[in-house]
Design a protein around this ligand. Sequence first.
Ligand code: SAM
Length: 232
Amino acid sequence: LFVRSPLSEGASVELDAGQANYLGNVMRLGAGAELLVFDGKSGEWLARIADADKKRMTLSVERQTREAETIPDVWLAFAPVKRTQTDWLIEKATELGVARLLPVMTQRTVAERVKLERLQAIAIEASEQCGRTIVPNVSEPVSLSRFLADRDEERALYFADENGGAAAAASFKPGPSTILTGPEGGFTDGERALVRAAPNSVAISLGPRILRAETAALAAIAAYMTTAGDWR
Ligand code: SAM
């Protein structure tokens, strides 16, 4: 269970009404029951329900059961797509192990408004489901030009280019990395030139077929994890 307050031995954690309702009324857990909790940063902890009524629940944190995971320092910068596909992408990228998710608005991005809170909630839920202890942060959307201007040039930029590049799996190197994928309509020629010219940027190909934007993002993350990430 994900909790918003920082966890430590002996800490007391107040759950929100939704979580209290879920644990009390759906899972039928009451005072004395044990559960595993994580705050997205400090690993996993064993906690006990100290106090519960219909709308409120307090946990008492007993001991750490797992250290925070170490995850590869790989971020996904992606052009948001339609809502359901973006939700799917956030969920799957979290399961595959990315450290951070950055929505990047390109000229051909035709996403409905990006609702950050909703995307962050999906990342939390996916982290719970797959046993992650670190929740990837979903950043405020930025324009492609702002993304390029603000980025740390030491961080490798792997740019998924449907017009061709080096084979993805042969390109990735361990170390701080960002994978950048485009929208349904692809990058414009101008954007492509800008990204290719950016320092420490490598154009990668994900094969001879044109993949849907969300498929491309996942294929790239999977290739990264198997060659430079923590599935090696
Ligand atoms: N409208 C574009 C076209 O027909 O050429 C296709 C864009 S594709 C649906 C969306 C994004 O996925 C691209 O901008 C790129 O980042 C990525 N992508 C899709 N297929 C790819 C491939 N074979 N290699 C590298 N990137 C790919």
